[in-house]
Write a protein that binds this ligand. Structure first.
Ligand code: ZN
Length: 295
């Protein structure tokens, strides 16, 4: 019985399915078409996916930059006094302290090429208008740093990459003119709010560094912020906190030293000072102003 049934089934199925040459050709063609269609669909899906990832990364970068701009425009960051550097990065705190640098009467510092890594700038102490750093692009990005700093940034970038952390360069060098434009815009904003010219200038300086007074004008600092969340909560920040000093970088404006730096807490802003000094500052907890004796 069983044999018979199987035989019948076999017979009926072979009867129902005796493809002609044309049928076979048609079904092969159909299969190929289906295959081609699925490949095309997969390619479209992959393309759309990659496109979305690129756009979302780009948006996150823009958002992060906007976040920083928002933070900087909502919190005062007044700059103080500063000083040109001393030769050694070792413990000689007796810097050439220049007195009297104010926002109204800033001192133009001399760029001491021998001790370039120790230069401090702020609204009272500014680099010369005509100063032009030797700039290079870093890590195949659109951002530039002073050539002397760039190599150190790239070394740090590559070391972090090995640990699975990407220290995306978001804002490096800024020209004197860009800084001036940003600053003047802020002054105009406050004048529009009804402040006198002097008041507007003072208020603007707490938010945007006057031209020549930003570490970005020197090409010594990089804002590393290409993330969506608060930078302090990121793997990038954790890595930098643990390792940046080994590459000569310091977090220039720590949270607990705002009264000394007169600049808001900026966990994304990393400045090159050299390995020796970076380690010393990290170990001692001092900021550059304290180290230089101008706090
Ligand atoms: Zn910065």
């Amino acid at each position: 019985m069983i044999d018979l049934k199987e035989k019948n089934t076999e017979a009926s199925s072979s009867q129902a399915f005796t493809p002609t040459k044309q049928d076979k050709f048609a079904s092969d063609k159909e299969a190929n078409a289906r295959k081609l269609l699925s490949i095309m669909l997969a390619a479209i899906v992959a393309f759309v996916g990659i496109f979305c990832i690129i756009i979302s990364r780009r948006n996150r970068t823009i958002e992060a930059q906007q976040k920083i701009a928002a933070i900087q425009s909502s919190t005062p960051s007044e700059a103080v006094n500063t000083v040109p550097p001393s030769p050694s990065a070792t413990n000689t705190h007796s810097q050439n302290v220049v007195n009297g640098g104010t926002i109204d009467n800033p001192v133009t510092i001399t760029i001491d090429e021998a001790n370039w890594n120790l230069i401090i700038v702020n609204s009272g102490y500014r680099i010369p208008v005509e100063y032009e750093p030797d700039l290079v692009y870093v890590c195949s990005s659109q951002e530039q740093l002073d050539r002397k700093v760039a190599a150190h940034y790239e070394a740090m970038y590559n070391a972090a990459l090995k640990d699975g952390v990407t220290l995306t360069p978001c804002s490096g060098y800024r020209s004197y003119e860009t800084q001036e434009r940003n600053f003047n815009r802020k002054v105009e904003f406050f004048e529009g709010q009804g402040f006198t010219a002097q008041e507007a200038k003072m208020k603007a300086a707490t938010i945007v560094a006057p031209p020549g007074s930003s570490e970005h004008n020197l090409g010594y600092a990089m804002d590393i912020v290409c993330v969506d969340e608060w930078f302090e909560d990121t793997a990038e920040f954790k890595w930098l906190t643990e390792n940046a000093a080994d590459y000569g970088f310091i977090m220039r404006y720590p949270k607990d030293k705002q009264d000394i730096t007169k600049v808001i807490y900026e966990p994304w802003h990393w400045r090159y000072v050299g390995v020796e000094l970076a380690k010393e500052l990290k170990d001692s907890g001092l900021v550059l102003e304290e180290y230089m004796g101008v706090a």
